[in-house]
Design a protein. Structure first.
Length: 163
């Protein structure tokens, strides 16, 4: 996975399994990556997180610099993605649906700097032919994917537990 990553909503939600009072170094590491601009997400992810006004949403909302507004390049790429996966267009009309926006942000970043491609962080798994899950859309557009745990492994993160 690349050092630049775009995060899907489900990976932020996965942080619920690692409460800050027990896993503070993990949260600090995530904040460090966001502050460095190496971990980003479109504002649509924040909108999805707002549906559950919980600690994850409150924390994400405080990470303002990590959430990127849709620009004209992303809009054009988003239309390209929706053209290839019409079911995503229908899902977006129903309400906040970040999946294609996450992929469009990663694709724009990758096209702008092919030497430093942007990978997508998602907990979703690759599905069968015709699926519009994030890994399937990424595969169609040549983007790499990985999970939150993959990010930690690739960054060489090791946590030490003490009593």
């Amino acid at each position: 996975m690349a050092s630049l990553r775009c995060v899907d909503t489900c990976s932020f939600i996965a942080l619920r399994h690692y409460p800050r009072d027990l896993f503070d170094p993990l949260w600090n590491f995530m904040e460090e990556l966001m502050a460095e601009g190496r971990l980003v997400a479109p504002h649509e992810v924040l909108r999805e997180l707002s549906k559950q006004d919980d600690e994850i949403y409150k924390w994400a909302k405080s990470q303002k610099s990590a959430f990127i507004n849709l620009d004209s390049d992303q809009g054009a790429v988003l239309n390209e993605i929706l053209g290839a996966f019409p079911a995503l267009a229908a899902a977006m009309k129903a309400g906040p649906h970040a999946d294609p926006v996450v992929v469009s942000l990663a694709l724009v970043r990758s096209r702008r700097d092919p030497n430093n491609p942007c990978a997508v962080v998602t907990e979703e798994k690759l599905r069968g032919e015709g699926s519009h899950k994030v890994p399937n859309v990424c595969k169609r557009f040549g983007l790499k994917t990985g999970t939150l745990l993959d990010v930690l492994r690739e960054e060489g993160v090791k946590f030490e537990f003490r009593k």
